[in-house]
Design a protein around this ligand. Structure first.
Ligand SMILES: Cc1ncc(COP(=O)(O)O)c(C=O)c1O
Length: 402
């Protein structure tokens, strides 16, 4: 286990952090005295081994054009073998600065303007954004709420495949915002449907390492070999180790033809040179970050357990959805009886926190908020106090049926 102190508060103001410094541009609010719980990056320093690797590389002082070295690939392959029992061939791996840019290239490669791409809402807003901005159509196959969790609607998906004949589906595993990690059975049934209907399954597994409470990640890459040819898996060390601004991600593509087409797309955009610092950080994280990550997962699991317990006793009007993974809390606020605009305003003005509003995740998000629990415990205490104030300032809300 790591002896890292995740309780330590690091002031992120004035670091060009989107979450802490860019609320005026992105949200139209000053935000300087609010607790930001919106963007999904965490407020911890990255592993010391990553900091050292970066410092050493910076001290060298020369930053000419760079390519991935053997140890970049080996570190990643060994990580996936060790953490997720997956064998990834080196030639399956292509790198690009981010998961979203890579998915955007894939949708340009696999579909034409006007064609549909399937997602399962509520869904991460950037999927909708890149589908829309690339002039494709988003086809939503909403997840079904089961108690305080979610399930895929596979019969409805099959109907959609038959009617819409899409060429591509984006799977989010683990799922942002709900925190579901899909099971082998669910993935098998989904991938089988995709194969039967000629749909390329793009599985965004950027959250794979952040499993809570000893849960295990199941990648679509662990499915039987006959299902792999129409699959692409996107991964990155960014969420796991707090490296989102360093910009490097990996697209794992077992099928040689699909892989070649993707490589051609990368080259067509001049995306064949890599950031020296990003590679150094990702390599060090996969080589030396495991004990640190285990410590982080223990902290995140405890953060979530404690937050859930506090909500149940102090704010029973708010229902936290169960999650297998991520540090995202997906919270049903509908018992407060507030329209989304008013809920947002009160969260900012009365609770003094900045949430991601559920409506930003599409259809199934009305009345929900997503809070980022990837922070020192003291921030969560502050958020809970703020939420209590919100309810106390609106006495009629505290009597809403629970
Ligand atoms: C599911 C998912 N995919 C992709 C991203 C962003 O990836 P990148 O910064 O590598 O584009 C996020 C960030 O929150 C995410 O939640």
């Amino acid at each position: 286990m790591s002896d890292h102190n995740f309780d330590c508060v690091i002031d992120r103001h004035n670091t060009n952090s989107i979450k802490w410094d860019c609320m005026p541009q992105y949200l139209g609010i000053d935000g300087s005295d609010l607790l930001p719980m919106w963007v999904s990056d965490f407020d911890f320093a990255c592993p010391p081994a990553v900091q050292q690797a970066l410092q050493q590389r910076v001290a060298h002082g020369v930053f000419g054009y760079s390519e991935r070295r053997d140890d970049y690939f080996t570190a990643m392959q060994q990580w996936f073998a060790r953490r997720h029992q997956l064998t990834i061939e080196r030639e399956w791996i292509h790198s690009i600065e981010g998961v979203i840019p890579g998915i955007s290239l894939l949708l340009q490669m696999l579909t034409r303007p006007g064609e549909g791409i399937v997602i399962q809402g509520p869904c991460y807003g950037s999927f909708a954004k890149i589908i829309g901005l690339n002039e494709r159509r988003m086809i939503d196959n909403p997840l079904q709420r089961k108690g305080n969790s979610y399930e895929m609607d596979l019969p409805q998906l099959e109907r959609l495949f038959m009617v819409e004949r899409p060429a591509m589906m984006i799977l989010c595993n683990p799922h942002n915002p709900t925190g579901r990690s899909w099971t082998l059975t669910e993935l098998y049934e989904l991938a089988t449907l995709c194969q039967q209907h000629g749909v390329t399954l793009v599985s965004d597994e950027i959250w794979a390492d952040l499993q809570l409470d000893g849960h295990r990640h199941t990648s679509v890459l662990s499915l039987p070999a006959h299902l792999l040819p129409n699959m692409v898996v996107a991964t990155s060390a960014s969420k796991s180790f707090g490296l989102s601004s360093l910009r490097i991600s990996n697209f794992i593509i077992p099928d040689p033809v699909l892989r070649q087409r993707f490589k051609q797309r990368l080259d067509a955009h001049g995306l064949d040179v890599f950031n020296a610092l990003s590679m150094e950080a990702a390599t060090a994280a996969y080589q030396h970050g495991e004990a640190w990550l285990n410590g982080l997962l223990g902290y995140l699991t405890e953060n979530r357990r404690w937050f859930a317990e506090q909500l149940t006793t102090r704010l029973p009007q708010l229902q936290l959805m169960e999650a297998d993974a991520t540090y995202l809390a997906w919270i049903d606020c509908r018992q407060l009886g507030l329209p989304d605009d008013e809920l947002k305003q009160r969260l900012i003005e009365e609770a003094r926190i900045v949430p991601s509003m559920g409506v930003g995740f599409g259809e199934g998000g009305q009345g929900f908020i997503r809070l980022n629990l990837g922070c020192p415990r003291s921030y969560l205490e502050q958020a809970l106090d703020g939420l209590e104030t919100l309810v106390a300032k609106n006495p009629h809300l505290s009597h809403a049926p629970v």
